[in-house]
Design a protein around this ligand. Sequence first.
Ligand code: GLC
Length: 463
Amino acid sequence: MKTLFCSYEVYPFAKVGGLADVAGSLPKYIKEMGADIDVIMPFHKKIDINVTENTGMKICTGRIDRKIEFDIYKSHLENSDVTVYFLKNDELFDSEDVYEGGDIFLKTLSISEIMAIFCEENEYDLLHLNDWHVGMASVYNYYFYGRIPTLFSIHNMAYQGVFPADKFSVTGLPREAFPKIVKDDQINFMKGALMFSNAINTVSESYAKEIKTPEFGAGLEDILIKRNDDLYGILNGIDYKINDPDTDKRIPKNFSVDDLSGKYECKKALQKRCDLKIEDVPLFGLISRLFYQKGLDLLQEIVEEFMNENVQFVILGNGDKKIEDFFLKMQNKFKGKFSSNIMFDINLAQEIYAGCDFFVMPSRYEPCGLGQMFAMRYGTVPVVRYTGGLIDSVKEYDETDKTGTGFGFYDYNSEKLLEVLNKAKKIFYREDFDIMRKNCMEEDFSWNNSAKKYIDLYNRYIR
Ligand code: GLC
């Protein structure tokens, strides 16, 4: 059995969100468990050509209405022998930003056709597509390239790849495909993938249930309900080797569940780096794309009140300008207590996971969420809204039997968020906090469990 794993972003080559983390780690675990797998992605402009090698292979689109040729480069995933193929066309992929700039319709459509061709030519047994950007590969695969069994993984229902219907002629697909890839008079790549893939899964069991409702299904819930027999939920994992507090070189001091002293050093170093007062008060962290999904409006409503307490907050992320400005304002208002880092910085992220006491995720919806897993791995207690994967990965702390890993709330309501933040602040000064930390670090969010589930799923659909 050999799988072709397709993604628009793959860590460490190109990362915007959690999709890259998944694509950069899950295939390693799958291969280690004995199932062969290669990864394929676009050659984005900012990828360093020196870490890749030209295979000499070229593939040209065959069905879409213009000839676009790609050179095939290759490399491998960090610390592994999983091959990564890159589809290189410098004219089409000419923007610094992975998603913004350039013709995203043509970029995603053409790499999708190329991935289907590559899959057939190289005799893979399964095509594993991740998110809408590569979803149309299922449609080309079905009509033109071998009908290889296809699994489509949903990482976020809200992003579907929607384009004007008059672009249909560009696709080169037969007329009968039109109603299957069009929704509300617009081409919808996600719909195409949901219609033409043999199996569908999403990144947590709770989200797999949620997306069959209008609230989370983003207009495609009816299709998901119809496809229920082939719809699965598999919780994401994270790379436990790269993300190990005991060996991680990106953090100032290593530590482990048996000796947390290094964690206090990490906290001090983080306070220093972020211009926070160096003192042992509860330190809350938040790392996120600053978007609607992430529930930051809840935090905005109550954070000033919360900051009047003896606590500190460090934020890392960028996105919506209004949210960015708000956090910068908080930094000015609460000097030495609130630190806003409006950027994307993988190393600072690691220092935050390691150095904070609590990690905050008030998400409006969350297909899986990885931040809470990284946080727990580094002994940082999650404070979350229970939705999607946050339900499946964070266990409410129970003070009586000392079990559980975090605090959470269900209603999308800022008062509830304030309540759990205060609960966290209080437990910080009690012995229970050490127990919580230990409980977090003793969880297993490595891919071990879930990679096995993917292999089982692959086997179920392979001919
Ligand atoms: C998306 C989702 C996030 C998930 C990630 C990886 O970024 O928003 O919840 O963890 O994909 O699957």
